[in-house]
Design a protein around this ligand. Structure first.
Ligand code: HEC
Ligand code: HEC
Ligand code: HEC
Ligand code: HEC
Ligand code: HEC
Length: 557
């Protein structure tokens, strides 16, 4: 009902904009629909759909309440508990996604159905597919305010019954990129174990557990972690080239880790406990005679997006989720710890020569993809400080102000939203920052945070994974942009050469800083005049995007 109302509001806008030859910006201005903020999302409730179910239905056996999926030290390592703080569990309650999606709807007001299909495929797949089964289409209202089954399934994001129903057919091929995976029919949930005992699940949730080797392969992740978009006009029609927005799976496939058989799951769903011991456990408290299984994957699925988990903790009541703020705060710590396993930093040839500090600073990527990977805008840089004998800072590059902006020695901002910072092999002054990122640009070459306005990448100097091979299938989509003059930017690492005036320096300290959501991205989201953007801006105003530290190194000079 409300969906129809919203459409009715949107359609005349487009006609109007088209009639006056209006640009997308004009349409945007007219669509400036709901004033105020987005109402809090409806409280979570257990749902059994035709194809999908919410995790509450799995918790009695595969959550803490089941009491059996524990490691050798008795710690709960059950899927339901571990998955609570993965961003995939929040992919549709994510206020950043809601803000950007609402902005895309406003900018492509004549093609809202195209935008809704695209933006929910990976972020709200259960709600979208459950509705599609009955011939209906998902929209913004379903996701943000429907208290019924479709809304609940949508807000569960990438749920248990998403991954475990993905069909093996076509995974890892272009036909299933962009969230176009097939699901198995007949309510079968695939897992890695042979001959699962089916009766309890059939009785309690109406699903049948089956063995499916594809669950343990990187291809399970390929469909949603390969995002290839095209710029759209206001009516939702493609008007430009394919853009490799996210290529995490392709980065991995071209890496030495893929050739060595180190899967996404090996790092993101480890089969060992926090002490490194293999996990052996029963999968369910019933029937009581079940034998323990091994391996068991801890469903942590963490990246280093600690900022968004912290923002969710701050606004837990708004999200409607039953996950407690304290659990989310523990997730923040776990995401920071995950970040700390992403890279190493090493300082070589450090010396002071004629009042200048010199060093070669090597950053090595330990992940299975580019670092950073994923959503464009994630950025990483060197925060370099030289100190004198009294501990005073005599040189600094890569410092931030209280809002998370990169600043020079005088506190002036170095990273306004309309600038693309150059790739740096050398750092010679406080205004030069060695920073790695992918920057989307629009038709004119200016940076854009609107996914469906992007015509390409203006720069992509993110660290390559180890053993990156440009001849691997679709590796061309992962080729770095803007590093041609940097001979030591190689697969797996990059060296930054420091040579800067630092009178009296006796010590060099370097941090590898990371921001999942940089200030320019927040500013772009805040500029979208939608209710979801206003809500997001209010949340982020109370929590500036302070960088986290992935690695540290220091030497006496
Ligand atoms: C093919 C799958 C796919 C599609 C389609 C897709 N996304 Fe995403 N999106 C992802 C993945 C995967 C990530 C997380 C990557 C990461 O963590 O770096 C993500 C992350 C994001 C984020 C960052 C969230 C955060 O908390 O930092 C935003 C915003 C976002 N997407 C918006 C959109 C919008 C708007 C659309 C529709 C135009 C869309 N996405 C379509 C897969 C998809
Ligand atoms: C992002 C995809 C994904 C999601 C979402 C997901 N799983 Fe899994 N699940 C996996 C993978 C991968 C494995 C195999 C791990 C291994 O053993 O190597 C697995 C294994 C399992 C197993 C068998 C035990 C094991 O680890 O081998 C159970 C039971 C299970 N998942 C239940 C759940 C439940 C319940 C949820 C929701 C809270 C869930 N899964 C969400 C990917 C997923
Ligand atoms: C009443 C208890 C119960 C509930 C509820 C339950 N399961 Fe299971 N699940 C089991 C049992 C029993 C097995 C088989 C264990 C074995 O054979 O070792 C199992 C196995 C699995 C497997 C592993 C299959 C394999 O071959 O590796 C997955 C995946 C799984 N369940 C997912 C889910 C999901 C998702 C839900 C919620 C929609 C759920 N289960 C709800 C009891 C349950
Ligand atoms: C149905 C689509 C889908 C599938 C399948 C999927 N992902 Fe994701 N993944 C997403 C989306 C969407 C996000 C972004 C959520 C957000 O930030 O709002 C994401 C985010 C992530 C993150 C970032 C978490 C963080 O805290 O920053 C990791 C890590 C991840 N996925 C790993 C995996 C792995 C490993 C697999 C395969 C076992 C997988 N994903 C399968 C859609 C998917
Ligand atoms: C060797 C370990 C390793 C492997 C293999 C690996 N990752 Fe990661 N991944 C990490 C680490 C460590 C991070 C945290 C750093 C970061 O967020 O960039 C991470 C981060 C991520 C993120 C979040 C990026 C962000 O910050 O927004 C996504 C999404 C992701 N991985 C998906 C995948 C997928 C999909 C695969 C397989 C195709 C995979 N990873 C393989 C270690 C690994």
């Amino acid at each position: 009902m409300r969906a129809q109302l919203l459409r009715a509001l949107l359609i005349p806008t487009v006609v109007l904009a088209a009639a006056c030859g209006g640009s997308r910006r004009d349409a945007d201005a007219t669509v400036d629909v709901p004033a105020g903020r987005l109402a809090p999302l409806p409280p979570a409730a257990a749902v059994d759909g035709a194809d999908f179910a919410t995790s509450e239905r799995c918790a009695p056996c595969h959550g803490a309440a089941g009491g059996v999926i524990r490691d050798g030290a008795g710690r709960d390592v059950s899927p339901v508990t571990a998955y609570a703080t993965s961003m995939m569990n929040w992919s549709a309650r994510d206020p950043y996604w809601l803000a950007v999606w609402s902005g895309e709807r406003a900018a492509h007001a004549g093609g809202v159905a195209v935008v809704d299909d695209l933006c929910t495929r990976c972020h709200a797949p259960m709600g979208a597919r459950e509705l599609a089964r009955g011939g209906a289409a998902i929209d913004f209202t379903t996701v943000t305010s429907d208290p019924g089954a479709a809304g609940q399934l949508a807000r569960e994001g990438v749920g248990c019954t998403t991954c475990h129903q993905i069909a093996a057919a076509g995974l890892g091929t272009p036909a299933t990129y962009d969230g176009l995976f097939a699901t198995t029919s007949a309510r079968q949930l695939a897992g890695p174990h042979a001959r699962p005992f089916p009766m309890p699940m059939q009785r309690h949730v109406g699903y049948t557990p089956v063995e499916g080797a594809h669950v343990t392969q990187s291809e399970l992740c390929a469909s949603c972690h390969t995002v290839i978009t095209r710029p759209l006009d206001a009516a939702g029609q493609p008007i430009g080239p394919e853009v490799n927005e996210q290529t995490t799976y392709l980065e991995w496939r071209a890496s030495g880790l893929a050739r060595a058989g180190v899967t996404c799951q090996a790092c993101h769903a480890p089969t060992t406990d926090v002490d490194g011991a293999p996990i052996v456990a029963k999968l369910s408290p019933m029937p009581p005679w079940l034998e323990p299984r091994q391996p068991i994957g801890r469903h942590t699925f963490l990246g280093a997006n600690a900022y968004m988990l912290a923002l969710l903790a701050d606004n837990q009541a708004w999200t409607g989720s039953a996950v407690a703020p304290a659990t989310l705060r523990a997730g923040v710590d776990a995401a920071i710890a995950m970040g700390r396993s992403a890279a190493t930093l090493a300082i070589a040839d450090a010396a002071v020569v004629g009042g200048r500090v010199r060093a070669a600073i090597r950053v090595t990527n330990l992940t299975g993809h580019k670092l950073p990977t994923g959503y464009p805008g994630r950025r990483m840089w060197l925060h370099i400080r030289a100190l004198d004998a009294a501990g005073a800072v005599v040189f600094e590059s890569g410092g931030v102000d209280g809002a998370g902006h990169l600043v020079d020695a005088a506190g002036a901002r170095l990273d306004p939203g309309d600038a693309v910072l150059p790739h740096r092999d050398r750092v010679g002054g406080a205004a030069e920052v060695a920073l790695w990122e992918a920057v989307q640009v629009g038709r004119t070459g200016a940076p854009t945070h609107a996914l469906l306005e992007a015509w390409g990448m203006g720069k992509d100097d993110r660290l390559l994974p180890r053993g990156w091979d440009p001849t691997a299938p679709d590796a061309a989509r992962t080729i770095p942009i803007g590093v041609a003059d940097d001979a030591d930017f190689v697969a797996g690492s990059d060296v930054v050469h420091l040579d800067a005036a630092a009178p009296g320096a006796v010590r060099l300290e370097v941090e590898l800083a990371f921001q999942s959501v940089p200030p320019a991205a927040l500013e772009a989201a805040a500029a979208l005049r939608t209710a979801a953007a206003a809500s997001f801006a209010a949340m982020t105003a109370r929590r500036p995007p302070t960088p986290i530290v992935l690695a540290q190194a220091q030497v006496a000079l």
